[in-house]
Every structure is written in structure tokens, then in C-alpha cells.
Ligand binder design. Structure first.
Ligand SMILES: [Zn+2]
Ligand SMILES: [Zn+2]
Length: 269
């Protein structure tokens, strides 16, 4: 499978992985006692219970670095990125608001800039910037909850759609994986994680039988899956599996199914 993914895309992700965040780049707010009970708390994504706090200074510093990585790997985006950077807030209070808004699920940052900016490039820049903080945030809060008991189709940390799944080699239990927060959690073995229908159809690609793409004709969602029992005992890093299996996304999308990969840049041409 590795050979199908172009080298520039792998370089892009390797460059992004080199961006380092300070240990205290993300903190979170604990809900006051009695505001929320344990049962309610266990049913909603953690981002809504323990809102992340990111300093605007750190946020914009990382954003600059992500922009630099995109420019290096996608010179064709340099002009669009320059336009976006020029439109970003400058005043400290505006920056605080912008950075805070970036971590509120479903908020529309592009609208807040009140300018006509290239939507895809803006999304790419923001998703990868937010992602770096979300991975750090997830590491800070993951001990507060048992992901084996979450059993929902959405990410226990950010509430987003899973981008990948793993069938465990021990007993075939299924785990879902969030491409934004890089966490995995337990989910029922069969059925669609998006609409919870009982559908469990999948296709495989000849020569790469360890991968399955489950698709659902109820909601047209799909999820790439790796069967650990067929992976030959290798250590599985779902982050790279997700990227290395981009051709499976393309096949599924061409068949009319969709997922929402996190800020994956379109390949050249
Ligand atoms: Zn997530
Ligand atoms: Zn479905």
C-alpha cells in the first residue's frame, strides 16, 4: 500500500510531525462541582466538559509553522496562504478570541474573518494547526475517562467522526480512531458507526487483505479498517495507516461514499 501514496504527501506529514508544542501549550478547565453529574459527563465528548485552553501566542506561533510546512510542500498554495495570513487578526484581544473559537466544535472561523478567502486552503491550515493542539489536549484528558466503555460512533475527545478502525488481534474487538485527536476507543464489532445501522458490508483490495473498507448504504459513510490478525504482528500506528491508505479513500469516494478526513491536502493534480 505504501507505494501507492506519493512521497510528497508523506514528506508533508513528516514535516508537520516535527512541529513541537511546549508542555503547557494546552490546559483545560475542570467543571465546577455539581454543575454536571458523572452520568451526563460520561455521555458527551470531553471537549464539551473540559474545554481546552490555548494561549493565543502559542496558537499563532504554531499556525505560522504549519503555514511554513504547507508552503514548503505545496508551493502552489503560497499566494493563497499569504492572503489568509494577511487577513488573520492582529490585536491581542482579537487573537485571543480567534484562538479560543478554533477549539469550539462546529464554529465557523472563516466567517469570523469577514473576508473572501480560499476555503480549502484555510481549512487545511486551521485543521492542521488545531490538530497539533488537540493531540496534546487528548493526552492530557484521556486518563479522565475509560475509552473502552465509550462505545459511541463519535470521538470521546472531540466528538468528531472516526477516520479509521482496527479489528483487534486477540478477539476481533473493534476500535475506532479519530484522525484529529489520535485516540482510539472501543465500539461494537458490527454495524455503521455513523448512523448505527446494522450494515456491515466491506470491500478489500487485492494484495492488501489486511485492509477493509466498511461502507453503509443507509448513510453512505465509510470507514477504513485494519485487521490486526492479518497484519503479521507488526506494531500498528493508526496515524500512518490512515495516511498510507489514501487510495482506499479515493476508491470509496469514487463509489459515492464519504468520510471527512481531517485536512488532508489534495495531492498535486
Ligand atoms: Zn477526536
Ligand atoms: Zn451508516
Amino acid at each position: 500500500m505504501k507505494n501507492y501514496v506519493n512521497a510528497p504527501l508523506l514528506d508533508f506529514y513528516m514535516d508537520l510531525n516535527k512541529i513541537s508544542l511546549s508542555e503547557d501549550a494546552v490546559s483545560f478547565v475542570k467543571p465546577a462541582c455539581g454543575v454536571i453529574n458523572l452520568e451526563q459527563e460520561q455521555a458527551v465528548p470531553m471537549i464539551k466538559v473540559y474545554p481546552p485552553r490555548v494561549k493565543a501566542v502559542d496558537f499563532f506561533e504554531v499556525l505560522q509553522q504549519v503555514s511554513g510546512v504547507i508552503k514548503k510542500n505545496r508551493p502552489d498554495m503560497i499566494n493563497e496562504l499569504a492572503k489568509i495570513e494577511a487577513a488573520l487578526p492582529v490585536e491581542a484581544t482579537d487573537r485571543e478570541m480567534f484562538a479560543a473559537q478554533a477549539f469550539i466544535p462546529d464554529s465557523n472561523l472563516l466567517t469570523s474573518l469577514k473576508q473572501d478567502l480560499p476555503r480549502d486552503t484555510f481549512g487545511l491550515l486551521m485543521n492542521h494547526t488545531v490538530k497539533l493542539f488537540m493531540v496534546r489536549y487528548a493526552k492530557k484528558v484521556e486518563n479522565l475517562r475509560n475509552f473502552d466503555q465509550w462505545l459511541q460512533g463519535q470521538c470521546p475527545v472531540c466528538g468528531g467522526r472516526p477516520s479509521f478502525a482496527l479489528l483487534d488481534k486477540e478477539d476481533g474487538k473493534r476500535y475506532l480512531y479519530c484522525g484529529l485527536c489520535e485516540v482510539r476507543w472501543r465500539f461494537q464489532r458490527l454495524g455503521c458507526p455513523f448512523c448505527l445501522s446494522n450494515e456491515s458490508q466491506f470491500f478489500t483490495l487485492e494484495g492488501t487483505e489486511k485492509y477493509r473498507v466498511y461502507f453503509c448504504d443507509q448513510c453512505h459513510g465509510y470507514i477504513k479498517t485494519i485487521d490486526e490478525r492479518k497484519a503479521g504482528g507488526a506494531n500498528i500506528d493508526l496515524f500512518w495507516e490512515d495516511i498510507n491508505t489514501l487510495p482506499l479513500d479515493i476508491m470509496a469516494i469514487n463509489e459515492g461514499y464519504y468520510n471527512r478526513p481531517v485536512g488532508q491536502p489534495a495531492t498535486n493534480n
